[in-house]
Design a protein around this ligand. Structure first.
Ligand code: BTN
Length: 240
């Protein structure tokens, strides 16, 4: 494992596409000029205040259809790290990390798949808000470690804890997929509570999250009918 630290990069995920980076290597940037989020969004992070980095993994033991388990492992590592720092977090499907109703961390995972249908190389991009206290107004529900704890944190210290937790959950992924999946489900944001959700059509409904399937579909019970429906990424939106 080696850490490659840059002052400025477009995006650490984009940098990691370079095959020179091997399993376990980390690319970290003090500042990203084109930080990427999920759903084609930007990732906004003030220079030097937060952790913005990507890790390269070679999870060749996973079939492409099992890829959601890897994002579960990453989300759990974030939950572990924040727990070690005294912060109780939940995982907002698919893999945002929330503290109460605020987002502290975003994760962007990109895979390369072999012709045989297994994962060849994966880039795990993590944006964890640490010392930033003010955010651009378009950023949805942001918070940071400093806002939650009332003090500043050394980025290197948080990174070291997080990297260790990432590797520990990655090992668990190889030995205990069921345990990992069960734990992910138990830590879901809004699990078992009734809240409002929106469909791509704009229709809103009251629903209760019942869990996530191993391949990643969110299971929501419609409060009006008691029927369960399954949603894939982008097929349902949380109203917060
Ligand atoms: C999200 O939209 O919630 C995902 C955000 C992921 C941001 C991180 S910051 C480091 C890495 N490099 C990027 O360009 N994006 C990810």
């Amino acid at each position: 494992m080696a850490v490659f630290a840059f002052r400025t990069l477009g995006s650490t995920n984009a940098e990691c596409k370079n095959p020179c980076y091997d399993h376990g290597d980390v690319v970290v940037a003090r500042e990203q000029t084109a930080g990427r989020g999920q759903r084609g969004n930007r990732w906004s992070s003030s220079a030097g205040l937060n952790l913005t980095f990507s890790v390269v993994l070679k999870p060749t033991f996973l079939a492409a259809r099992e890829q959601f388990l890897l994002s579960e492992a990453v989300a759990l590592a974030l939950h572990d790290t924040l727990g070690e720092l005294g912060i109780a977090s939940r995982i907002k499907w698919t893999n945002d990390i929330y503290v109460a109703d605020k987002k502290i961390c975003g994760i962007l995972i990109e895979h390369e798949v072999t012709q045989q249908g297994s994962l060849a190389r994966t880039i795990v991009g993590i944006g964890l808000n640490i010392n930033q206290k003010e955010f651009e107004e378009w950023v949805p529900n942001p918070t940071s470690l400093a806002l939650l704890t009332g003090k500043e944190h050394r980025l290197e210290d948080v990174f070291e804890k997080l990297y260790d937790h990432l590797m520990a959950r990655y090992e668990q992924l190889q030995s205990d997929k069921e345990g990992l999946h069960r734990l992910y489900n138990s830590l879901l944001y809004r699990l078992g509570e009734q809240h409002t959700y929106a469909l791509p059509s704009g229709e809103r409904f009251e629903g209760i999250i019942r869990g996530v399937e191993a391949e990643g579909a969110l299971v929501v019970e419609w409060a009006s009918t008691g029927q369960e429906a399954k949603y894939l990424f982008k097929e349902v939106e949380f109203i917060i």
